[in-house]
Structure formats: C-alpha cells, structure tokens
Design a protein around this ligand. Sequence first.
Ligand code: TXA
Ligand code: MG
Length: 325
Amino acid sequence: MLATAVGIRQAAAHLRNGRLVAFPTETVYGLGADATNADAVGRVFQAKNRPAGHPLIIHTASAAAAFAVGAADPTAARLAERFWPGPLTLVLPLRSEVGIADAVTGGRSTVAVRVPRHPVAAALLRAVRRPVAAPSANPHGRLSPTEAQHVRDELGPAVDLVLDGGPTEIGVESTVLELAGDRPLLLRAGGITVEDLEAAIGPVDEPGADEPARAPGMLRQHYAPRTPLRLDADDPLPDEVYLGFGAAPGATCNLSPTGDLEEAARNLFVMLRQLDSAGARRIAVAPIPDHHLGKAINDRLRRAERGAASPGGPASLQTVCERPS
Ligand code: TXA
Ligand code: MG
C-alpha cells in the first residue's frame, strides 16, 4: 500500500492491534511489530525464520521515547543530539518498567534503540505512539530489502501490510553502537560512519576485520545472495559477472562509476539481487575502499561471501542492472 496519510493511519492501527507492518526507513525496509506485544514480536521471528535470541532494534519517534526504553548517559545524549533522527542504533541498559517483550532483547539487560529519519517511518511511529521492534524485512540470512517489492516477494502473506515509500536512501543498515560498557563499542558498521562518531564522542572500539561477529545475532554469514562471491577482484573470470566500483569498463553492474561510497551503499543490495538472478557461477566484486561508508559495504560483502550457497548454474546470463532511477 502506498505510504499516503491514509496508508500510514491504517498501518499504525495494524501495529496497535498486534499485526505486522513492513515500512521504509532511510536505511532498509523494516518489519515492525508493537515491541510491548509478545505475540506480535513472536510473529516477527516466525515471519523471518529468525532464530530466537537474536535481539531486535526498537524504533521510536523521538529521542525522549527511545530513552524511556534504554537509559541514556551523557554520551548517548550527545549522539542523539547529533545523529537522530538518523541511521544510528544505540545499545543501552534496558529500562524494565516500559514492558518491552523479552524476545525483543533475547532476555538481555540491554536494548537497541533508534529514531529513524525517513518521513514515512517518522509519521508511522508518531501515529503508533508505542515502541516498534523492527528487524530488516528479509528472510533470515538473506539480503536486506531496499524496495517494498523485495518485502512482498520474500515475506509474502506473513506481513499484514507493506507501506511502499519507494527505494531507500542509504541502502545499508544503521550503525550499531553499544554504550553499556566502559568505552563505546562498534557492533555493526552502517549508515553513520565511525569517523563521524569519533568526531562527536572521541575514540570508538572497533572489532578487527577478522572478528566481525560481535553483536548477538550478528552472524559471520549474512546478507547473502545465492550466488557465491569473490571479493577484491580486479577483473572478472569468464564464468563470473562483475560488480564494479569506479572505472570498470567490463562491469556487469557498477556500484558507482565515479567511486562515490554513498552511491555504492545505495546500490549494494539491489545490484547483488540483480546479479544473483543473472544465473552466473559467481559474482566477482571490485575492491571497495575501507573507510567511511566503505566499512559498512565491506562488512556486508564479507558476510555475504561466507553466507552464499553453492556455485551457480551454467552461464546463460540474463540482462541485469537496469537500475530504476
Ligand atoms: O537499519 C537498520 O538498523 C534496520 C532498519 C529496519 O532499522 N534494522 C536492522 O535490524 O538492521 P536487524 O534486526 O536486521 O539487525 C539488528 C542488529 C542485530 O543483529 C544485533 O546485532 C543488534 O542489532 N542488536 C539488537 N539488540 C541488541 C542488543 N541488546 N545488544 C547487542 N546488539 C543488539
Ligand atoms: Mg537484518
């Protein structure tokens, strides 16, 4: 359903009645449920086939509402001031008095909260007036959806309503930062760069490239197309399709011909989907600089490399990479 005022009102009523609503955020589409309704939250796990114990992010309309769910310290307050609404998730000590369903946190004493800036998400959350738990709206382990049609295709009737707000702006998920220990700890690279976080609050601990599995439910294998990937490839082999970055004359798809990391993040999942349906044996991916949004892109690519299934079929390549403008 189009994300008109009427659509948003209906979606809010669905959420308040315990139904599941997929909605656009600035990062990817989320699959939302009332975070205080244990049955509704349970159905999110079922719809995604997500293992129990993988905690969900709670979305609210304001920092005040987020900090009613997770306890803010001065660092959290500064980050909220600087980056909310926007693609930053903070993991904070859970305030138990608000009645968040246990499954949302996997029974932990911390909770992940974020205030999205997409106007449809913001309007929906204002209308619901409850915290909304929303993982990315994809089957567990698969590529995150950046368009409403991806959600309809892959989650189908398990979702009561899909609000269509067009393609998402950022294209990779939010940055997840834990503020429950002595030092801010990066759990997932994402839409807000570490460079920007450090400019606001000073040093942030980051896991090394060989130990990406920090957060509970952050699997080493994730975000996967079905076709295997080969990363840091300067050129494609004969049985490969090629995902380029920057000048790449033979590329089947190009994340950003001009080498712009924001454009590349926006195109990442949609181009992997397109290349996945090309019927190639393998997807070769050009090297992506490992700074700014490149960190989030490389993190997703490394997980996708580990998560892809078996080599694809014989190369009878379909036409791919008509990026809708
Ligand atoms: O951009 C996004 O963050 C999207 C949109 C829909 O907001 N959501 C999203 O949710 O990516 P999901 O469920 O796919 O990823 C949430 C991640 C989990 O994998 C987990 O690593 C982390 O957030 N997380 C949630 N609660 C946590 C907690 N209490 N402690 C540590 N990590 C947590
Ligand atoms: Mg996800």
